[in-house]
Design a protein around this ligand. Structure first.
Ligand code: BTN
Length: 239
């Protein structure tokens, strides 16, 4: 993996998307000063100070879209969870790719595909990780959030953390593209906090409610609603 460090940028995802043709496959675009981070569901990703990670992995696996690419966020999510565990904490996964500790968000992923109408030009897997945030600042976020220093009581070396995540991601990557979500399904499910719980899932303009029963071999959420009807959700966000 190549690393492209930016002193300051509005959004690493936006930067990578706009220059995708000039950026090599397997490049990590990262900064410690992101001024207008973007999140899922039209949310923003707040700047938490320069001791945190704001990064986007640029991938160009092929020029036609394959279903497995949509699962790459789940791979990154697992890799982040495993990295957090090395610091002695127990993160949990909220389908498809949020990571939380005791119900508080510690990391978020925003994946974007770039298509020129004919070809897939690239995939951008953006991730933000709260590594060193003060308690005062974390409380100002509009949803329950935490950071690794708060959870461990230690200052976290951001460069070391980023390298760990990228090394782990690379270890899985080729095999994952070949084998798909099934490769990590057991490890993913072991950390899933949502199973057998009542959830509401937003899929574009629609919200599905029911019990989250399982995650299928291709990473979709299996939901059973109150009329006992089963829904297989390939994309969406648990609210
Ligand atoms: C979410 O949980 O809503 C996803 C947040 C993703 C934030 C990261 S920070 C680096 C990259 N650049 C962005 O603008 N967003 C992602």
């Amino acid at each position: 993996m190549d690393f492209l460090y930016l002193e300051e940028i509005d959004s690493t995802n936006k930067y990578a998307k706009e220059r995708v043709n000039d950026i090599k496959d397997m490049t990590v675009v990262y900064t410690f000063n992101q001024t207008a981070g973007r999140g899922r569901l039209q949310r923003k990703w707040s700047y938490m100070g320069e001791d945190n990670i704001y990064a986007s992995i640029v991938l160009k696996p092929s020029n036609v879209y394959k279903e497995v690419y949509s699962n790459l966020t789940q791979l990154l999510c697992l890799v982040l969870a495993e990295t957090f565990e090395e610091y002695g904490i127990e993160p949990q996964i909220k389908w498809p790719n949020d990571i939380r500790v005791n119900g508080k968000k510690i990391s978020g992923i925003l994946a974007e595909g770039i298509n020129n109408g004919k070809y897939l030009e690239g995939l951008v897997l953006g991730f933000g990780v709260n590594l060193n945030v003060s308690k005062e600042l974390i409380e100002k976020i509009d949803q329950p959030a935490t950071s690794l220093n708060i959870e461990t009581g230690m200052y976290i070396d951001k460069e070391y953390f980023l390298k760990k995540v990228i090394d782990k991601f690379c270890l899985y990557y080729n095999k994952f593209i070949e084998e798909g979500f099934l490769l990590i399904r057991d490890d993913y499910l072991r950390r899933a906090e949502f199973l057998n719980k009542e959830v509401a899932v937003k899929v574009f303009d629609k919200t599905y409610s029911g019990i989250a029963e399982d995650v299928t071999p291709n990473g979709a959420l299996k939901l059973r609603d109150k009329n006992n009807q089963e829904h297989i959700l390939l994309i969406g966000d648990i609210l």
